[in-house]
Write a protein that binds this ligand. Sequence first.
Ligand code: MF3
Ligand code: CO
Ligand code: CO
Length: 258
Amino acid sequence: MPIPIKNAEGIRHMRDACAIAATVLAKLKAHVRPGITTYDLDQIGRDLISSFGARSAPHGYTHGSGRPYPAYTCLSVNEEVVHGIGSLKRVLRDGNIVSLDVTVEYNGYIGDNAVTVPVGPIAPRTTELLLVTEEALRRGIAQAVVGNHIGDISHAIQTYVEAHGFSIVREMVGHGVGRKMHEEPQIPNFGRRNTGEKLRPGMTLAIEPMVNLGRPEVRTLSDGWTVVTADGSPSAHFEHTVLTTDRGPEILTIPRAS
Ligand code: MF3
Ligand code: CO
Ligand code: CO
């Protein structure tokens, strides 16, 4: 399967979906504070998404296990890497980190973005984990240049993360995004320069390093979704949807001035 190339109309729809995803994420982030549960955050996310006339793309989504994803956003605390399900039992506390991953569908197109934020004061090494993961995303995006290869993105992320003594999660990867949440190509957060598909204008790519403070291994909890680090160490996740253009990469998941 070739990588989908979006035409002008597709790009217009992608801009709309991504702007909504980014606005919802920014507003949701403002609700993170000690004492709130991840269930409450998910409900706020659900309401924000519907306030824009959009739909949660993860809600009801099925994969391998066949169990539909029950929540509206993905909220992953501390050792949870991705796909955490909001719960009344999970109360955010000072010293925690929480990853917020918001994916919306609007007019048949999907925008996908994520951040990891601290709850109150956090350990110095965990602060570094967040800074390094966000910078790794920035460096990966900078490689999303027409004529480059997917492996250039992967390599930039991996080398920066590993140079700081953190580890890359291998089991989950970034991806093309458009009419479907997960399109070709896969975008691993590890790899070699000059390998993989060549980038052309009009690709929309979700680039999303998942980085562990400790060892790289992960496992999935018995809920069939929540991915956690095998060693219980904290994990961070940052994500943007990016458009490749002849003028360089353009981040689409940015809130619109309103
Ligand atoms: N936002 C996720 C991603 O970055 C997808 C959600 S997975 C789901 O690819 F299973 F929860 F839907
Ligand atoms: Co996402
Ligand atoms: Co994604």
